[in-house]
Design a protein around this ligand. Structure first.
Ligand code: ADP
Ligand code: MG
Ligand code: ZN
Length: 473
């Protein structure tokens, strides 16, 4: 059965002030209800003034997604009441959004390229935030914080082109990457991206799961929906056209209400704002668009001759891409790719740390120094990993850590001594090896590594062991 998924992605823009007032957007560490004014609280008579930078950011996003930016854009009122929306309407867009018709390329299963069409890009204000003790189900009361009210959002709507929950997650990753390249979005901020996920299965209606705030959450909610909808269809029942809520804790979706339609909202043009001509700004905004992920990936492949997997991994986060280029300009680009994509990125994930934070602890020059020590044989691969971990955790300089932790590679004389003593103690194992039991060598390597405490290179040890056994000792 064919699965169709379309996403409505709401991204918070990194402007300094809100969309229609001068309140600060930097509310993530603020006390609730402190970054508010008459406008974003929706008090009667307060008037909105559009944030020009927010409009430019939205145009930038639309261009980067290959959309057709419109001549003119108009804000509309979407009327509904909810405690997080004290005005009784949200200022959003309708028939005259910023742009229509774009395209995002994703690498789906097995690196297969897929094109996901973008329906439209429009702007709107964020409502306030409701907080529950526990979950929306179990909480006896709701708390409301209007600091978020009026935050500038860009909504990016896709066609129902995604075919699986995994593709949805990959798409969101790609979108995040593009928005971060544009320097208009920070995916690390809590709630920076919220998604409404629409999903249908061949022969059934679609359900819309509202307001999912994590990438994993989108994938999980969609997986749950596939099972739920398939079960209904299998039993000959209808999938209701409805709006559902995702319970992050239990990993299930719950029915919230029957699907609302456009006429329910009584859209009409916002009379307190004039239509805005945007086509005039397009040329200037185009100049601000940097090299985007797809182009960077192509360039990395050509310029550094790295593997396609490494290229994809390195370009995802623009801070990592820049860091890589700084390192690769000073030492073997392929070696740099391996250590940054396979090791440094893993260590960052493990610590939930960002490259921006990490680069304060390991500058790219430090990283070059560490790799140089490896190439010169001063330290082993295990030494490199140990230094990276130590620097991420506590800072410091490579030389100090090599000294303090005793990471300097063993001289070959010292290593040979240990090899001899291990061979002496394991005559039986040598016989096994000679009799054709190849695993016996691994055991001996392990013994030697134990005695050198990782300060010897396992490949080198393996080679020395083989030579020594063959030539006799
Ligand atoms: P609404 O605004 O009422 O939610 P839209 O037509 O604007 O409806 O569509 C919203 C989202 O639903 C879009 O991302 C679109 O791709 C998706 N969508 C539309 N039809 C389907 C479908 N049959 N299955 C899955 N997603 C769909
Ligand atoms: Mg919708
Ligand atoms: Zn305000």
């Amino acid at each position: 059965m064919d699965v169709k998924i379309g996403l409505e992605c709401h991204a918070q823009l990194l402007t300094r002030s809100k969309l229609f007032c001068s309140c600060s957007t930097d509310y993530h560490n603020a006390e609730p209800n402190t970054y508010v004014c008459a406008t974003c609280l929706g008090l009667p008579g307060a008037l909105p003034v559009v944030n020009k930078r927010a409009i430019r950011y939205a145009i930038k996003i639309a261009l980067a997604l290959g959309c057709e930016v419109q001549e003119e854009t108009i804000f509309y009122r979407k009327n509904y009441y909810y405690p997080d929306l004290p005005r009784g309407f949200q200022i959003t867009q309708y028939d005259f959004p910023i742009a229509f018709k774009g395209l995002v390329r994703i690498e789906s299963n097995g690196g297969k390229e897929r094109e996901i069409r973008i329906t439209r890009v429009h702007m709107e204000e964020d409502p306030g935030r409701l907080a529950y003790k526990g979950t929306i189900d179990t909480s006896k009361y709701s708390l409301v914080d209007y600091n978020r009210s009026g935050m500038p959002l860009v909504e990016i709507v896709t066609e129902p082109d995604l075919k699986s929950p995994k593709e949805a997650r990959i798409f969101l990753g790609k979108l995040r990457s593009i928005l971060e390249y544009l320097d208009v979005f920070d995916g690390d901020l809590e709630g920076a991206m919220r998604v409404d996920a629409n999903i249908s299965i061949e022969g059934g209606n679609r359900a819309e799961v509202k307001n999912i705030s994590s990438y994993k959450g989108v994938e999980r909610a969609l997986l749950f929906e596939i099972t739920r909808q398939k079960n209904l269809l299998r039993r000959g029942l209808n999938v209701q056209l409805e709006t559902r809520h995702y319970d992050e804790v239990r990993g299930v979706t719950l029915s919230m209400r029957t699907k609302e339609f456009e006429h329910d909202y009584r859209y009409f043009p916002e009379p307190d704002l004039v239509p805005i001509c945007i086509s005039d700004s397009v040329e200037a905004v185009k100049q601000e668009i940097p090299e985007l992920p797809d182009e960077k990936r192509k360039r990395f492949l050509a310029q550094y001759s790295i593997s396609p997997e490494h290229a994809s991994s390195l370009i995802y986060d623009p801070h990592i891409a820049d860091y890589y280029e700084d390192v690769a300009s000073k030492i073997d680009p392929r070696l740099s790719a391996t250590w940054i994509a396979d090791v440094l990125k893993g260590e960052l994930n493990y610590r939930s740390s960002s490259m921006r934070e990490a680069s304060k602890r390991i500058s790219h020059d430090d990283f070059v120094t560490i790799l140089r020590y490896l190439v010169q044989g001063v330290i082993t691969e295990r030494g490199v990993t140990a230094i990276i971990r130590a620097m991420l955790d506590k800072g410091g300089k490579p030389e100090e850590i090599i000294k303090i932790k005793g990471l300097a590679s063993m001289g070959s004389e010292e290593t040979e001594k240990i090899i001899y003593s291990v061979l002496k103690d394991n005559k039986g194992v040598i016989e096994d090896y000679k009799a054709g039991k190849k695993e016996a060598l691994n055991f001996l390597v392990g013994q030697v590594m134990k005695h050198t405490r990782g300060r010897a290179d396992p490949k080198e040890v393996s080679r020395l062991l083989r030579d020594t056994i063959e030539t006799g000792f």
